[in-house]
Ligand binder design. Structure first.
Ligand SMILES: *Cc1c(COP(=O)(O)O)cnc(C)c1O
Length: 377
């Protein structure tokens, strides 16, 4: 690993004024979209709050899918903005069934917004993006997506399936900085926002960002943009472009396939049963009956892998195996599986670790990718 020099972080050169537009265009390129990209100079949760604040007003009706705390917060921010929000809740830590969203839509005379998280890092669920987009379209509603934990891990076909608003962050699969995020907005989203009274001056106002940045030819961002964050974002995008976005996505998909196949060989159930409804960034394993979740995580840490608990109502029921960003590779997948297997053995739960490691090797051997098999025994 390179040594880290914090002193290199002071006195960094100003980020060039024309650079922001170039970065926005490169993000558009990664997503293959013709929609606008604007930056929110903060962690992705703040970009989500900015979206909610910018699209909610009295009289606006939203159907909000809640598959984790992020969706719950989004609903809260929409309500705070005056919108009427119908939450569609799901079984603990599971993806939404689009028929539940369809039933909710059927009961409503009028819907302006359908909102959902694409992939959940807190529990490993993947929501059916194209089905939700089609449902939103069928009611002529805006489709707003939290894609923070899916960009770089899953295909997000903004233009083709009809995503009007997508919030993205560089800090997950793109292995970039966490202090800047971006919002993708299509014309329908801008039309909706333009029809509402604005609340600027506010750092949450996307209408103000449009007026003060997009509409004046994308000069330097308003305020004092953090040069550190934008240089880091540029470096992350350089790396993603060099590898190729398709390859980055495939690397995450492969890590997910390998991990899920290893869990089954180990004798542990993936928490999300269906492969096509699972996140490519984290894999949740069910904590076996009779095993204590925190004990399992403590044991696993002795074997050098940091398994994480589920967040929210799944805490204690799942452990998450992380294969996000630079960890989406065979070595990380294998060390997660070894740690989980050894920890379960310590807790007197019998597993087949050899079979699990063979499953990882098989998943990587079958591929033709550049790092295939690289660190698989
Ligand atoms: C990680 C994540 C975010 C952003 O959360 P941060 O606290 O900014 O890292 C938003 N939505 C989802 C679904 C996420 O997984």
């Amino acid at each position: 690993m390179r040594t880290f020099d914090r002193h290199g972080l002071v006195d960094v050169p100003r980020y060039p004024d024309h650079g922001y537009a170039l970065l926005a265009d490169r993000i558009k390129g990664l997503l293959g979209t013709s929609a606008d990209v604007v930056f929110v100079q903060a962690e992705a949760v703040l970009a989500l709050e900015a979206v909610a604040a910018s699209i909610a007003r009295h009289g606006v009706v939203a159907v909000n899918v809640v598959t984790s705390a992020y969706g719950r917060w989004f609903g809260h921010w929409l309500r705070r903005g005056g919108a009427t929000v119908h939450d569609v809740a799901v079984a603990m830590g599971q993806p939404v069934d689009s028929s539940a969203v369809a039933s909710c839509l059927e009961m409503l005379e009028h819907v302006d917004i359908v909102a959902a998280v694409h992939a959940e890092s807190s529990n490993g669920a993947l929501n059916p993006l194209a089905e939700l987009a089609a449902l939103a379209k069928s009611r002529n509603a805006l489709f707003a997506v939290d894609a923070v934990a899916s960009i770089g891990g899953h295909v997000i076909d903004v233009d083709r399936i009809g995503i009007d608003i997508a919030v993205i962050g560089p800090q997950k699969a793109l292995a970039g900085p966490a202090g800047v995020s971006a919002v993708v907005l299509g014309q329908r989203a801008w039309d909706h926002i333009a029809a509402l009274p604005d609340f600027a001056p506010s750092s949450l106002s996307l209408a103000a960002l449009k007026r003060d940045w997009l509409d004046c030819g994308r000069p330097a961002l308003p305020g004092t943009p953090s040069a550190l964050e934008f240089w880091a974002l540029e470096a992350a995008i350089d790396r993603i472009e060099a590898e190729g976005m398709e390859r980055v996505i495939e690397r995450h998909q492969q890590a997910s396939r390998a991990t899920r196949s290893a869990l089954r060989a180990l004798g542990v159930s993936p928490w999300i049963a269906r492969d096509d409804a699972a996140s490519a960034l984290v894999t949740s394993a069910s904590v076996p009956r009779g095993v204590d979740g925190p004990d399992l995580i403590a044991q696993a840490s002795r074997y050098g892998a940091e398994l994480a608990p589920g967040i929210g109502d799944v805490a204690g029921h799942i452990v998450r195996l992380n294969h996000t960003g630079l960890n989406a590779n065979a070595a990380s997948v294998r060390s997660n599986v070894v740690a989980l297997g050894r920890a379960l053995e310590q807790l007197r739960f019998s597993v087949d670790l050899d079979a699990a490691l063979r499953a990882v090797a098989n998943a990587y051997e079958r591929s033709t990718g550049s790092n295939a098999g690289e660190s698989v025994r």
